[in-house]
Write a protein that binds this ligand. Structure first.
Ligand SMILES: CCCCCCCCCCCC(=O)SCCNC(=O)CCNC(=O)[C@H](O)C(C)(C)COP(=O)(O)OP(=O)(O)OC[C@H]1O[C@@H](n2cnc3c(N)ncnc32)[C@H](O)[C@@H]1OP(=O)(O)O
Length: 212
């Protein structure tokens, strides 16, 4: 019968291996994070929005300083769409706010990363649905013509998937308030590419929180 001899140097070796493993994790983790945020340059048309005086970039601490802000405010994780490492990621929204709300429009860029994949090279339809949830909700938060974060809930998102999305794509996402009825804000949204081809459309409903 074979016997296994545990040499004295084995233990330090195991310790060394564990330490090396930990070090590798530390080294790999930031590298992986960097990879996930390496989405290539932002699409050029975002610069046009930046220069367009009718649109204003929505700047929020929960996006600009997400981890820190969320921790301090009792959130438990990272933002499903706005976090830099999200599978499908919206780095910015721009708002064309209209007094009274109806006609207010939110426009952003969405990147579909490798984590959004379903069939070979194509994204999961749920990633488009998630984006529609996000843009419907944030457009609804602009029901007064200015963005009031977390001022309501998305309660309906009826999404039509019209064209597959390639992994690695940057697409344009838009939401527009089409009706306000008391606390109910109706939003139409769509996701389109640089040629204007529509990848999905949605009709959504946001219910604003009761005034306290
Ligand atoms: C301190 C804490 C801070 C908490 C701060 C929270 C900020 C949260 C922000 C989350 C961002 C998201 O988008 S969350 C995305 C996921 N969505 C959710 O989880 C929402 C789940 N749903 C809910 O929790 C609930 O349905 C609420 C809270 C929205 C219900 O609110 P409510 O205030 O009780 O309103 P309620 O009276 O039921 O409805 C008001 C009107 O809207 C209509 N309505 C309601 N739901 C629907 C619906 N699904 N489809 C059609 N219409 C609907 C009603 O018929 C009614 O119309 P009428 O009779 O007046 O004609």
């Amino acid at each position: 019968m074979d016997t296994i001899t545990l040499n004295v140097p084995t233990l330090p070796c195991v310790g060394l291996a564990a330490a090396a493993g930990l070090l590798a994790c530390k080294l790999i983790a930031p590298r992986r994070r960097a990879d996930e945020t390496e989405r290539g340059p932002l699409p050029a048309w975002l610069d046009e929005l930046e220069d367009d005086e009718s649109y204003e970039r929505v700047r929020l601490p929960e996006w600009d300083n997400g981890t820190e802000w969320r921790r301090k405010n009792g959130f438990k994780g990272s933002d499903y769409v706005h976090d830099a490492c999200a599978a499908v990621h919206v780095p910015r929204y721009y708002l064309r706010g209209v007094s009274g709300g109806v006609g207010s429009k939110l426009v952003g860029a969405a990147h579909f990363g490798p984590g959004a994949e379903s069939h070979r090279g194509l994204c999961h339809g749920g990633t488009m649905c998630s984006l529609m949830d996000d843009v419907v909700g944030w457009t609804g938060f602009c029901a007064t013509g200015v963005c009031k974060p977390w001022s309501g809930f998305t309660v309906q998102i009826n999404t039509a998937l019209k064209k597959p999305v390639d992994v690695g794509s940057w697409l344009r996402i838009e939401g527009e308030i089409v009706k306000i009825d008391g606390r109910k804000v109706s939003v139409k949204a769509r996701l389109l590419d640089v040629d204007g081809d529509v990848h999905c459309e949605a009709e959504g409903l946001v219910v604003l929180k009761k005034k306290s």
